[in-house]
Ligand binder design. Structure first.
Ligand code: NAI
Length: 476
């Protein structure tokens, strides 16, 4: 097999961990991860391994390979020139302006990477689309490459979407449910698929490597995220029915999850999904369906997003309702700002939206998160889509390094991320330090609600009516 050198364009949440694991499992292959961002590359190269992203076990993997067969660099051209196989792992955010604004994927970074490959590469290269893209993006990459190819150069474009989940990226990469490789149905296409499969076969069983045509591979990534997001919206829709009726969504989830056709994963009701992918990819699918003149299909998937927005809004309204319909100048602690536990990623985090709705009512927000940098939280909340006036964020938001300090003197706390450490706090101490009545809003169903109620907390959660002293609480 001919893969000796791999280059990955994009040293983010996908490119960094994926290539670290490839380098770890393929010691005879040299892997170089390149990025435009000097600060990101500096962090990957930092002497004390203070990596730019937090993922359990990632540091150990990088420590074992960096400087041996794993390199991080801003010399993109050199990385491209030397590689046999190039992953494009750049960001594909939702467009914020122009045609498809708010829905279509912005492919400008993909296009820039493809043009750069075409400009500097010579000889035979396999170009692998690792970023999540709309169906037929590989065709655009192939056209850009073909139209700019130097004499003697040949490119085969593959689709190899990434299915890792943040927070468990390394273990997902080490033990993937499947690896999907889409390619052109030709002798050269099959050869390129086999070359990439050879890389993964260093640690992934052959029967877990699925080869398809390019379009099936691209669509499968969007479909997988749409199905996963739909499950969360489905159980969250049920949580609203539970709160209105007295059913408990955990019991409903358990009861339906025992049906092997449904399965028990991804049935945890919550404040809704966040992260850089679910919303972006479902919106991308909606846009694609509209472009394909399939409005009914587009509306079906759009509802998954609408339900997610509804769930966040509903929870914020519950907080305001319970706090006697006014939160103006009240101090509310937000525990957890990352979009899920075990990551420092805050993109589309539900905490942002809960903070937004509470800030709109004039609440004073005190935030604690074990991983997220202060500046990152301020920058998310100062985004014009979240807060019209950044001065208001400065006035209303305080960020703490110590959870007990964040909770002191507050009227309420809201669990927005399911960090394990939140389960072990001294809630008796917290109760004593809060104003009374002290409210606990558990948006992740993480805490022991009976214990909290025994201490005197008024507890509210998702998908369950809380009963206090035999009475339902004020608002539900
Ligand atoms: P990211 O934003 O963390 O990283 C992308 C990196 O690409 C940035 O560091 C950026 O500076 C760099 N970049 C952009 N254009 C470049 C160029 N022309 N040359 C060199 N570097 C360039 O993004 P992330 O989260 O790693 O996502 C990458 C892709 O993978 C996206 O399409 C995303 O949808 C997909 N994906 C993300 C997953 C996740 O959990 N974050 C999971 C599965 C897929």
């Amino acid at each position: 097999m001919g893969v000796e050198r791999i280059c990955c364009i994009g040293a983010g949440y996908v490119g960094g961990p994926t290539c670290s694991v490839i380098a770890h499992k393929c010691p005879e292959v040299t892997v170089t991860v390149v990025d435009l961002s000097q600060s990101r590359i500096d962090a990957w190269n930092s002497p004390d391994f203070k990596l730019p992203i937090y993922e359990p076990s990632l540091k150990d993997v990088v420590m074992q390979c960096r400087g041996k067969n794993l390199f991080f660099s801003t010399d993109i051209d050199k990385g491209i020139r030397e590689a046999d196989l190039i992953f494009i792992s750049v960001n594909t955010p939702t467009k914020t302006f122009g045609l498809g604004k708010g829905r279509a994927a912005d492919l400008k970074y993909i296009e820039a990477a493809a043009r750069r490959i075409a400009n500097v590469a010579g000889g035979d290269k396999i170009v692998v689309e690792k970023s999540t893209v709309p169906v037929r993006a590989a065709e655009s990459i192939q056209r850009i490459l073909s139209a700019n190819t130097k004499p003697g150069s040949n490119f085969q474009v593959l689709s190899n979407p990434e299915f890792l989940a943040e927070g468990s990226a390394v273990s997902d990469l080490l033990k993937p449910d499947r690896v999907l490789i889409g390619g052109e149905d030709s002798r050269y296409g099959h050869k390129a698929q086999d070359d990439l499969a050879w890389v993964y076969q260093h640690w992934v069983p052959k029967d877990k490597i699925i080869k398809t045509n390019t379009w099936s591979s691209e669509l499968s990534k969007l479909a997988a995220n749409a199905f996963l997001a739909q499950r969360i919206s489905s159980i969250n829709a049920m949580s609203a029915v539970c709160e209105a009726t007295g059913a408990d969504v955990a019991e409903v989830a358990h009861a339906i999850g025992t049906d092997s056709r449904i399965g028990n994963k991804f049935l945890q009701a919550s404040l809704g999904f966040g992260g850089s992918c679910f919303q972006k990819d479902v919106l991308n699918l909606v846009y694609l369906c509209e472009a394909l003149n399939l409005p009914e299909v587009a509306a079906y998937w759009q509802q998954v997003i609408d339900m997610n927005d509804f769930q966040r809004r509903r929870f914020a309204n519950k907080i305001i309702g319970c706090l006697f319909n006014t939160v103006t100048d009240k101090k509310i602690a937000i525990l957890g700002f990352a979009f899920k536990k075990d990551t420092g990623d805050t993109r589309e985090s539900s905490a942002i939206y809960i903070a937004k709705y509470l800030m709109e009512e004039g609440a004073r927000i005190q935030i604690y998160d074990p991983q997220v940098e202060h500046q990152q939280m301020i920058s998310e909340l100062s985004d014009p889509n979240i807060s019209e006036n950044p001065d208001r964020v400065k006035k209303l938001v305080s960020i703490f390094d110590d959870p007990y300090e964040a909770l002191k003197g507050t009227h309420a706390f809201v669990i927005c991320t399911e960090w394990d450490e939140f389960k072990d706090y001294d809630y008796q101490r917290i109760y004593s330090s809060m104003l009374k009545p002290a409210f606990a809003f558990d948006g992740r169903r993480l805490l022991n609600h009976n214990k909290l109620m025994e201490m005197g907390f008024h507890v509210e959660t998702v998908g369950k009516k809380t009963v206090m002293n035999g009475m339902f609480p004020i608002a539900s």
